[in-house]
Each structure stands twice: as structure tokens, then as C-alpha cells.
Ligand binder design. Structure first.
Ligand SMILES: [Zn+2]
Length: 185
């Protein structure tokens, strides 16, 4: 049985029992905060708990490794929408220790795709391009710093947006600072 079937069953109960009531919140983030972090399943509850983020406090964008490399990708688009349409004034980019993207080579992902019957060699992008696109990073701190740099210097970013880089432990929730934005708001 697919997990979605369990989910749908649970969901009916959740709504009927008004399980949503403690989570009702305004669409605009109360703390005017945008967070870019990893999709790691260990962070689902740990990260908001460790940061004291409640429902309605922040716009959270999740992507593998919290990686931003292309200034015109969907993560950056989400941040710009969060800033211009949703009142976000401060951005946290939060990588984490023990990330699946740490040391990941796109070549490995492509090999796994081939093993599962995907003919990557017949796609319009070259294996080199695909490999580069699918790759992770060698150091989470450097990766976060790179993402912070792309956001801070984005040509569409207004002034007075604070962009900080952090790394979280997926076990203890402890935050390590990569870079704090000191500009005055
Ligand atoms: Zn991760």
C-alpha cells in the first residue's frame, strides 16, 4: 500500500478533529524571515524546534543541500517572492553536517540512473553538464558561503536585506555560524 493512502486516511481524521487549530497563522511571516535549508528528513521537526520557529513565523524553502548556485533558479525566485511579496527582511541559509550532498558526485547519480534503466547518454544535456548539475559540495561551510554570496549580490535584491549563513547539526540542532550579515537595517 502506498504511503499516500495512509496519509489520506489520517488527513480525514485530522481535519475532522480540527487538528489544524493550533497552526492557524497569517500568510505573511511574523518574523519576516526567509529560510533556505536542506530537504533532510531529520530536519523536518528538529530545525524549527531548534530555532524557535513556529507555524507562520517564516517562509521556508527546502532543497537538497540548501545549495544555491544559479542566481535564476527556483530557490532564488522563491526568496525574491518572499522578499517583495511576503515582507521577508532577513534570510538564513542553513546547511547541515552529515548532508547527503556532501561529497556527492553527479556522476554517481547518473550511474544509478543508468542502473535503473535511464539512458542518460541520449538526453539533450551532455553527461558532463548533467554531472555538474547533480553534484553536491566538498565542504558544507564553503557551500553555504557560496549560496550566501549569490543571494547577497543578486542584482534583484533590494538594500537592507540581511543574509546569514549557518550550519546545523542534524542530531543536536546546534547552529554553527558561517557568516552573519552585519549591515544595519
Ligand atoms: Zn542535507
Amino acid at each position: 500500500m502506498a504511503v499516500v493512502e495512509d496519509i489520506l486516511k489520517f488527513n480525514e481524521q485530522f481535519v475532522n478533529n480540527k487538528g489544524y487549530e493550533p497552526y492557524l497563522a497569517n500568510v505573511l511571516p511574523k518574523k519576516k524571515l526567509g529560510i533556505v535549508t536542506c530537504m533532510d528528513s531529520r530536519l523536518i521537526e528538529l530545525l524549527p524546534q531548534a530555532l524557535n520557529i513556529k507555524n507562520g513565523d517564516a517562509k521556508v524553502i527546502k532543497t537538497a543541500g540548501a545549495i544555491i548556485r544559479d542566481p535564476y533558479d527556483s530557490v532564488m525566485k522563491s526568496l525574491l517572492v518572499a522578499i517583495y511579496q511576503l515582507t521577508v527582511e532577513e534570510v538564513l541559509i542553513i546547511g547541515h553536517h552529515g548532508c547527503g550532498m556532501d561529497g556527492l558526485h553527479g556522476k554517481t547519480v547518473l550511474e544509478n540512473a543508468e542502473k535503473r534503466g535511464v539512458k542518460a547518454s541520449t538526453l539533450s544535456k551532455s553527461p558532463e553538464e548533467l554531472g555538474h548539475w547533480l553534484s553536491g559540495f566538498e565542504s558544507v561551510e564553503e557551500s553555504v558561503a557560496q549560496s550566501v554570496d549569490i543571494v547577497r549580490h543578486h542584482p534583484l535584491l533590494p538594500e537592507n536585506i540581511l543574509v546569514h549563513g549557518l550550519v546545523i547539526s542534524p542530531e543536536t540542532g546546534k547552529l554553527d555560524v558561517v557568516s552573519l550579515d552585519q549591515q544595519e537595517v
